[in-house]
Design a binder for this molecule. Structure first.
Ligand code: TXD
Length: 313
């Protein structure tokens, strides 16, 4: 049985806890801990979620807390603590504030759990996953974005074609931002290439909508998405210790970036064979995405260093 801790009981954190509770028995999760810095909110949300379980005869222990000790011996820790975007903001605009938060969170988490999977959700996603890896020095750090971006890509393709989403297979890799790379060459509908079903112009429109999928929701809600992000975290949890390949942000080419991977044997196993199958254009876009990340990682390292210096003086 597994213990799942979720840090940050806001929109994404609480929704992830709710889905984990609903699917806990099926996924082998017997305990969910929801932690936040704000008093009462995690306790209140945990109690509310607990009260939904009898409705479906489900048995999962749900704890709301502000104390890291309650996360002791977690198998998986999901980090959603941090500020979300407001309309007009880019994900990269959040870096300074969220880096401070993620640093405190990771330092606390690793005090109480030995070698858990760390799934980072906080934006800017790839930079925060990099920071979590640097702070924890663990081989089990990944960022969640690719499963969400892929779900958006599949959703738009299915809606456009009036197809059941089950029959649409598509993946998005690269950084979690406008430079992400929806893999058109590998997208399939009923096992056949997407290009057989849609004009080049329509595919381009869908790719752009996917790349700006987060901003579309921010414009509508005034804050970032949370149902699909939470579901996409659960997709990663479900893939751990199975043969399923999921796009996750992981260490690659000196940066953290979305790549297809298996999460088995206590490590992230990047699927180079899939990367090798990209078209020429996709390879170029992926390289551009890596270049973008190099700059962001440099900025992240500088902020981390500045904070360490400040802490020492
Ligand atoms: O694809 C993706 N990776 C993303 C990422 C999809 C959606 C949201 N994405 C990012 O996740 C978003 O840009 C934010 O950086 C995080 C969390 O988004 P959410 O929408 O859940 O934000 P909320 O509702 O404001 O919740 C954040 C919670 C809030 O309850 C704070 O009190 C808490 O984080 N918080 C903390 N908890 C613990 N410890 C510390 N230090 C802390 N600071 C804030």
């Amino acid at each position: 049985m597994m213990k799942l801790s979720i840090i940050g009981a806001g929109n994404v954190g609480a929704t992830t806890a709710f889905i984990a509770a609903m699917r806990g028995n099926e996924l082998g999760i017997d305990e969910v801990v929801l932690l936040d810095v704000v008093e009462k909110i995690p306790q209140g949300k945990a109690l509310d979620i607990s009260q939904s379980l009898p409705v479906f005869d489900l048995n999962v222990k749900i704890i709301g807390t502000t104390n890291y000790e309650d996360t002791s011996d977690s198998d998986i820790v999901v980090i959603t603590a941090g500020l979300p975007r407001k309309p007009g903001m880019s994900r990269d605009d959040l870096i300074e504030k969220n880096l401070g938060i993620v640093k405190t969170v990771v330092e606390n988490v690793i005090k109480y759990s030995e070698n858990p999977w760390l799934i980072v959700v906080t934006n800017p996603l790839d930079a925060m996953a990099f920071a979590a890896k640097k702070i924890s020095n663990s081989d089990k750090v990944i960022g969640m974005a690719g499963t969400l971006d892929s779900a958006r890509f599949r959703c738009f393709i299915a809606q456009e074609l009036g197809e059941e989403v089950l029959n649409v297979n598509a993946m998005t890799i690269g950084c979690h931002g406008d430079d992400m790379v929806p893999l058109i060459s590998m997208a399939e509908v009923n096992g056949k290439p997407l290009e057989k079903f849609m004009s080049e112009r329509k595919i381009k429109e869908i790719v752009e909508r996917t790349q700006k999928g987060g901003a579309e929701i921010v414009e509508l809600l005034g804050t970032s998405a949370y149902y699909a992000p939470a579901a996409s975290v659960i997709e990663i949890i479900e893939a751990i210790d199975t043969e399923k390949i999921v796009p996750v942000s992981a260490e690659y080419s000196g940066v953290f970036i979305g790549v297809p991977a298996k999460l088995t044997d206590d490590s992230v196993q990047i699927q180079d064979n899939i990367l090798g199958k990209m078209s020429k254009e996709e390879k170029e876009l992926f390289s551009k995405s890596i270049e973008h990340m190099k700059e962001l990682i440099k900025a992240t390292e500088q902020i981390l260093e500045k904070n360490t210096m400040k802490a020492k003086t």
